[in-house]
Structure formats: structure tokens, C-alpha cells
Design a protein around this ligand. Structure first.
Ligand SMILES: [Zn+2]
Length: 291
């Protein structure tokens, strides 16, 4: 609505209120300000980087306990209490296992759980906060554009509605890299490549959502390389285009080919074979353009 008919754009909910951030009582004010700025930065980069504006509004809940997260999210989202409980518990359980802050996004909602004592500038660096905010914000963009499977859907169904998990997480990583570090996509790609000294993962095996927990490094960092390669060819807006086409439910493979101008199978072969650095280890950019 409004993407094609500009008259309808005047009615977009995001014109008045692009998102709502709700903080729990245990979240200190200094963190609230830093977090709000990080979200604002991510939001402000959507149009220049991805070339799109968003119609809807989203809710972002930040708290130090799952109970608080549920309370905040219940007020403004259509999710059931039991669904929110499950999501909030999962989010905060990651904080207890060593992270100072952890976030999770579903359609229209980001849940952020932070350790009560952790503050920006000490346990949480500014760039980590911006990276996290931009990564999750990219998920809101993807879900708004494509619609999104609920977290209870079968893995194959989720893959049909969200596209492959390597691209979902990989493009969120790539967007976060561009926002938080303000550097060319290929520098993030180079850093990601160092995680695979024995060769890149096979993207074909990283399509289904359960691979995110089974093989997180390949999904997030292999996926980031996989997302940046087509960016080299078509620019970041091609990623937004992919999710928009995906929303028309014609199948993700077709959306991929239409958005990136290359079939998934051909791309997977290129991904495995292509050189991304020269003999001095410096990044080569635009390799897909050389064909
Ligand atoms: Zn993610």
C-alpha cells in the first residue's frame, strides 16, 4: 500500500509514529537514551541504504526480565500472552548465558533483554548496541515487506514466507554492519570470511530456519557474505526488493531471481567458486559484475 500508489502513502501509520519503544522499570535512563538513538540511527538509514520507506509501525520492548517484556509487549501487539512468554523467556535466557544484552525480532516486534547491571560504554559498547539495534530493525523491515511466518510454523513453510535463513540473517548482519560501522559492505564481508579458513559453507544447506541454532556461525556470517555478494552486483535496494517480491507469495526462488537477476542455483555455484580477495588479501569488489 503506497509503494505503488503514492496517494495512499498519506495514510501510512508510520507517518505519525514509525515505532514505539517501551522500557521496563529496571532499564536505567542513560541506557534508554543510548538505545533510542541507536534505533533512530537504524531507522534513518533504511531509506538511504535500502531505498524504501515503511508503511507500518513496530513495537520495541526493552526490559531486564521476561515478565517485564511480556507486560510491555502485551499492551501494543496482537501476540498472545503465552506466545510472548515463550519469546521473552528465550530472549532473556541468552542474557543469563553470558551476553549482556540479547534481542529477538518477530513480525512487528523486537524484544530486547539486558542484564540489569550492564551499561553502555562498559559491558555494552556503543557499536555493539548500534549493531544489535540495526540488525533487529532490518528484521522488522523484512517482516513488513514480506509478511512473516509465526514462530510456530513448520520450517519449510517459514522458509517459503521469509526466504532462506542465510539471507534473512545475512542481510540483517550486512545492514547492521553498514549502519553501526558506516563502512563498505565488503569490509564486513572480509571480516566474515576470516571465520571460514577452511572454505565457505554451502548456502544450499543453510536455507531452513532450524539451521540458525544448529549452525549459527555459517548462517550469520556465511549468510552475510551471501547477502553482500548480490549487493555488489545490484546494490542494497535489491535486498529490499527481494523481500517485497517475496510478500507476493510467488516462492522465494522466483523472488531471488527477479530481485538479483540470477537464479538461486547459479548463484550458489558462483558463491562457492568466486574469488573475493586478491593475492595480497585485499578485497575485490563487484565480482558478480565481471561475468
Ligand atoms: Zn537476526
Amino acid at each position: 500500500m503506497g509503494e505503488r500508489n503514492s496517494v495512499l502513502k498519506a495514510d501510512w501509520p508510520s507517518n505519525d509514529r514509525p515505532y514505539e519503544i517501551a522500557f521496563g522499570e529496571g532499564v536505567e535512563q542513560r541506557f534508554q537514551i543510548k538505545f533510542a538513538v541507536a534505533i533512530l540511527k537504524a531507522k534513518s538509514r533504511v531509506l538511504p541504504i535500502l531505498g524504501i520507506e515503511l508503511a507500518g509501525w513496530d513495537v520495541i520492548a526493552v526490559a531486564t526480565t521476561p515478565q517485564e517484556l511480556v507486560r510491555l509487549a502485551l499492551k501494543d501487539t496482537p501476540y498472545s500472552e503465552s506466545a510472548l512468554k515463550r519469546l521473552a523467556t528465550e530472549t532473556c535466557s541468552r542474557v543469563n548465558t553470558g551476553n549482556s544484552i540479547y534481542a529477538l525480532a518477530v513480525h512487528g516486534l523486537i524484544l530486547v533483554c539486558k542484564s540489569p547491571g550492564a551499561s553502555v560504554g562498559r559491558e555494552i559498547t556503543q557499536s555493539k548496541l548500534e549493531d544489535l539495534a540495526a540488525h533487529e530493525f532490518m528484521h522488522l523491515v523484512q517482516f513488513q515487506l514480506a509478511g512473516s511466518a509465526s514462530s510456530n510454523d513448520r520450517p519449510d513453510q517459514a522458509s517459503a514466507e521469509r526466504g532462506p535463513i542465510w539471507l534473512l540473517e545475512g542481510s540483517a548482519q550486512a545492514f547492521a554492519n553498514a549502519v553501526a560501522f558506516d563502512r563498505p559492505a565488503w569490509t564486513g564481508r572480509l571480516a566474515a570470511m576470516r571465520k571460514f579458513p577452511d572454505g565457505l559453507p554451502d548456502l544450499n544447506e543453510l536455507e531452513h530456519r532450524e539451521m540458525r541454532s544448529r549452525a549459527p556461525i555459517p548462517v550469520y556470517f556465511g549468510g552475510m557474505i551471501g547477502a553482500v555478494d548480490p549487493v555488489d552486483k545490484s546494490g542494497f535496494p535489491a535486498i529490499a526488493k527481494f523481500y517485497e517480491i517475496l510478500g507476493r507469495r510467488g516462492g522465494w526462488q522466483r523472488a531471488f531471481e527477479e530481485a538479483f537477476g540470477i537464479s538461486v542455483d547459479t548463484y550458489y555455484t558462483l558463491f562457492a567458486e568466486m574469488e573475493r580477495v586478491n593475492t595480497q588479501g585485499a578485497p575485490l569488489s563487484g565480482w558478480l559484475l565481471r561475468d
